[in-house]
Structure formats: structure tokens, C-alpha cells
Design a protein around this ligand. Structure first.
Ligand SMILES: Cc1cc2nc3c(=O)[nH]c(=O)nc-3n(C[C@H](O)[C@H](O)[C@H](O)COP(=O)(O)OP(=O)(O)OC[C@H]3O[C@@H](n4cnc5c(N)ncnc54)[C@H](O)[C@@H]3O)c2cc1C
Length: 351
């Protein structure tokens, strides 16, 4: 699939359907859109596709996908990407759909937090539990230091060059970045609340070897306070069992993982109940004409938060979305097994 390196475009990007969310349901929706003759674009807040499957349980086995007796969540996402490939849906990652507005022609204009705009006949919201956002420090003094001294991701390694860097966290990202930043930082210290990690064994061994070799430090403790006189981070108070210590630091990289937040969707004027978009189960349309919801974010009586339910919801939603993209055309149903054009595309994408 085409991942777009987006500079804010002057003119809105036009598409039949804008898919909000690149989780399993958004990915399957991109395939289904192609099958029924709709162009689509996908946007996701995070840089990786796969939603909960990749962020929360990539290596866990899934047993309830029809005709796949067992696969890991990562395998499922790989298969969905493979299935979409004949249609090569453009992906706009690392940006969140922030606002939507209805245009005079009944279409929708959506804007991302990075300034990209889309004009779409319909929007399919497959946003799961909302955007995945980094779990932030709960210290008031961290807020004004954000992006200058306190970071929740690495945008430019040069921000850390020649600095005393503290990396907080015990997962894959924390260990990988602590190891990677050794080559640019003055000194890297990894801080984690216990001497056990939820990261790949190979990264844990590399980190321990690196500490033994004196290339970096590891401290068991938690971040208790930031000392930043005049808005410049100088040191961090680390709380340990029965004591605390001050650690010199210029930059703090907090990698505590991601949490889901419904975020901007709650302000789009769509009916939402108990954090879910209320839909009509005959076509998964929301209270706003042309805006659909599928997957975990769709709410209706007896809703089951299952991947297979999301696939069904997306299929029905897109069939109704077709009538917004092509109001004058009648869509003719063709089973995929009889769809010669689809067969050609699928074969072409596998050579
Ligand atoms: C540990 C665990 C195990 C599970 N096991 C199973 C199982 O065995 N079988 C099963 O069927 N289900 C299982 N589930 C549930 C399944 O993962 C979910 O039902 C599924 O991920 C929902 O898919 P989705 O595409 O609707 O949403 P998600 O996977 O949540 O993806 C939504 C995406 O939308 C993005 N997004 C949100 N808001 C915006 C915005 N405003 N702009 C741009 N992007 C946005 C998010 O960043 C995210 O990437 C499991 C869940 C967990 C947590």
C-alpha cells in the first residue's frame, strides 16, 4: 500500500470514501471499497497500521477469524495488507482527523491535525476506541517542557545529540530507543520501575550487555519530579524503594506505551452513546448522512467487539456509501468469484 509522505496540500485530496483508522476493520474496508468500485484513502493517527492488533497484542494467536483456524494478530494485519494490495489505497499515517464539515454538495471535508484536507462523498469511521496517544507523565511541570525537554516520541535524533538523555519505560520502544540514542547522546540512562521488561528478549540482553560495558546506565525507579528552573530541564528526581535520587538530565524521553482516547470524534456532531457512534444496523450509517461507523467504534444493541463483526459492518456501510459517491448509478451486485475485473487485479498484484 502507498504510504504518503504528506506535505500539507493546498487543494483538498478527493476520494469517494475517507476511511478513518487503519486497524483491521479500516484495512478490510479499503479492500471492500475497491471491490465495489469506490476509491478510498486511509488516515491513522499513528505511524503504524494495524490498530489494536499491532499496538496491543501483535504476537497473540487469534482463533476466530473465519477460515483461518489460527494466526497471530500481526499475521492477520499482514494478510489484510496483502488483500488490499490490488487497490493500493493511499495511507496517510501519523495524523489524526481533527474536524469534519459538510459541504454544500452534501460531501464532507475532513482536516487532519497536520493540515491535510480531504473531500469525500462518504466517511467510514473505523477508529476503534479512538486515537492511540502516548501515555503522558502525570506531573504538572512536564506540560510546559513538552517537545523542548520532555518527549513522547523521537522526531529528530539530533534533539538528543550531545545531551544527558533519560529514557523512561520498559517496553520495546523504550529499550530500542535507549540503545539507539547511545550513538548520539552524551549519556543515556534507562529508568524503569522494575528490573523486568515487556520487550523482546534480544533487546533486554543487548541493554544489559551495554550497561555492563559502561555504554549506558539502567536505574530501577520511577520519575517523581522534574527540576527545570527557568524552563530548562536540569535534573530528574527518581523515586526508588525507600529513597530517592537526583539524576542530571537535559532531555527526557517517556515511552510508557499508548492509550486510546476518542479525541476529536466526540466533537463532530454525530450521535455518540457510551463512547460509541450510534448506527443504523441496516447500513451502519450514523446520525449524519454519509458518515458511517464500523468496528469497535460502532454502537448498537448486542454489539460484539470482534474483528469479524467489523468486517461485516464495513461491507454493508460501503454499499450504502456507494449511493453517495454515485447517486445516479445503480450498483449491481457481483460475487467476487464471478468478478473478472477483480480477478485480473488480484492476479496482476501477485506477479
Ligand atoms: C488483547 C486483545 C485481544 C483481542 N483478541 C481478539 C480476538 O481474538 N478476536 C477478535 O475478533 N477480536 C479480538 N480483539 C478485539 C479486536 O482487536 C478489535 O475488535 C479490533 O481491533 C477492532 O478493530 P478496529 O479496526 O475497529 O479498531 P482498532 O484496531 O482500534 O483501530 C482503530 C485505529 O483508528 C485510529 N484512529 C482513531 N481515531 C482516529 C482519528 N481521529 N484519526 C485517524 N485515526 C484514528 C487508531 O489510531 C487505530 O489505529 C482483541 C483485543 C485485545 C485488546
Amino acid at each position: 500500500m502507498t504510504s504518503q509522505a504528506d506535505a500539507p496540500a493546498a487543494a483538498p485530496l478527493s476520494t469517494d470514501v475517507l476511511i478513518v483508522g487503519a486497524g483491521p476493520v479500516g484495512l478490510f474496508a479499503a479492500f471492500e471499497a475497491g471491490v465495489i468500485g469506490l476509491s478510498c484513502r486511509i488516515v491513522d493517527t499513528i505511524e503504524r497500521i494495524g490498530g489494536q492488533c499491532i499496538e496491543l497484542y501483535p504476537d497473540k494467536p487469534i482463533y476466530d477469524i473465519p477460515a483461518i483456524p489460527i494466526c497471530t494478530a500481526r499475521d492477520l494485519v499482514d494478510r489484510l495488507v496483502e488483500q488490499c494490495r490490488p487497490f493500493d489505497p493511499p495511507m496517510h499515517l501519523g495524523q489524526c482527523i481533527d474536524s469534519i464539515e459538510r459541504l454544500d454538495n452534501g460531501h464532507w471535508r475532513a482536516r487532519t491535525d497536520k493540515g491535510l484536507t480531504f473531500d469525500a462523498a462518504a466517511i467510514l469511521i473505523a477508529a476503534g476506541n479512538g486515537s492511540f496517544v502516548p501515555q503522558r507523565l502525570t506531573l504538572d511541570e512536564a506540560v510546559p517542557l513538552e517537545d523542548r525537554h520532555v518527549h513522547y516520541s523521537v522526531r529528530k535524533q539530533s534533539d538528543f545529540a550531545g545531551k544527558n538523555v533519560v529514557v523512561a519505560g520498559g517496553g520495546d520502544s523504550a529499550l530500542d530507543w535507549a540503545l539507539a540514542l547511545r550513538s548520539v547522546a552524551k549519556r543515556v540512562t534507562l529508568v524503569h520501575r522494575r528490573n523486568g521488561f515487556s520487550a523482546a528478549d534480544s533487546s533486554v540482553s543487548k541493554m544489559r550487555q551495554s550497561v555492563e560495558a559502561g555504554e549506558m546506565d539502567f536505574i530501577v525507579g520511577s520519575i517523581a519530579a522534574l527540576n527545570a528552573p527557568g524552563g530548562t530541564l536540569e535534573s530528574i528526581e527518581i523515586r526508588q524503594v525507600g529513597s530517592s535520587m537526583q539524576l542530571d538530565a537535559d532531555q527526557l524521553l517517556v515511552l510508557y506505551g499508548l492509550v486510546a482516547d476518542l479525541g476529536p470524534i466526540a466533537k463532530w456532531g454525530i450521535d455518540i452513546q457510551a463512547g460509541r457512534i450510534v448506527v443504523d444496523t441496516s447500513n451502519y450509517e450514523s446520525s449524519c448522512p454519509g458518515i458511517f461507523a464500523a468496528g469497535d467504534i460502532a454502537g448498537y444493541p448486542n454489539k460484539q467487539k470482534l474483528i469479524l463483526s467489523g468486517f461485516h459492518e464495513a461491507s454493508l456501510a460501503l454499499r450504502k456509501a456507494y449511493s453517495y459517491a454515485f447517486p445516479d448509478k445503480k450498483r449491481v451486485h457481483v460475487h467476487s468469484s464471478y468478478d473478472a475485473k477483480l480477478a485480473e487485479r488480484v492476479q496482476a498484484s501477485h506477479v
